[in-house]
Design a protein around this ligand. Sequence first.
Ligand SMILES: Cc1cc2nc3c(=O)[nH]c(=O)nc-3n(C[C@H](O)[C@H](O)[C@H](O)COP(=O)(O)O)c2cc1C
Length: 201
Amino acid sequence: MTYIRETIVTTVDTKGVAHIAPLGIIQQDDGWVIAPFHPSKTLENLAAIPFAIANYTDDMLVFAGCLTGRKDWPTVAVKNCPVPRLESALSHSVLKVVSVDDDALRPRHFCKVVSEATHAPFTGLNRAKAAVLELAILVSRLSMLPPDKIQAEIAYLTIAIEKTGGPDEHQAWSWLMQKVKDHQDAADSKGKSAIHHGGDI
Ligand SMILES: Cc1cc2nc3c(=O)[nH]c(=O)nc-3n(C[C@H](O)[C@H](O)[C@H](O)COP(=O)(O)O)c2cc1C
């Protein structure tokens, strides 16, 4: 059994420039594994500066924003840590990379928790926030999933958005849906040009 926390991970490059990305951190022994795919900025940053912050947030605009080119979310410096945290984090863990299992696809960075802090109260579960999270995961895998699976999942998740979402969840949902539409439009026009090309032969 694998327990995964869906978080916003902050890292920094050698110049101290922060990078924000949604990542699932995997529970292992007394720590957490960060497993960014090759190639990625998070992977590059962890190789240069082996610290990360796992930001625990229910602000779905940040999850949806990171996947739709809106990465400029405010961060705050953290004492004794080279990496800043997300301003909107309800709480965070400072993670230090202590070993790396190298892998051509997805190296696993085993991290120990150096410190933790809480900034704001957790105000309860919400189905629309969970639906945005699920759509964000779908969007991060659009090129790997069959279109009918994407449509079926969206049909189900839409119920939670319509019944339980507030303005932020609706906004986050619409950013992600635009990305789904762009992907489908690109696939359609590729299909059309393939048919056209086929006709030529
Ligand atoms: C909830 C969620 C969890 C994710 N978990 C991972 C992960 O564990 N590893 C990964 O490489 N990408 C994961 N992704 C996709 C990354 O957020 C995305 O690919 C991101 O751009 C990472 O690349 P970057 O570090 O270059 O920004 C996840 C996305 C979402 C929405």
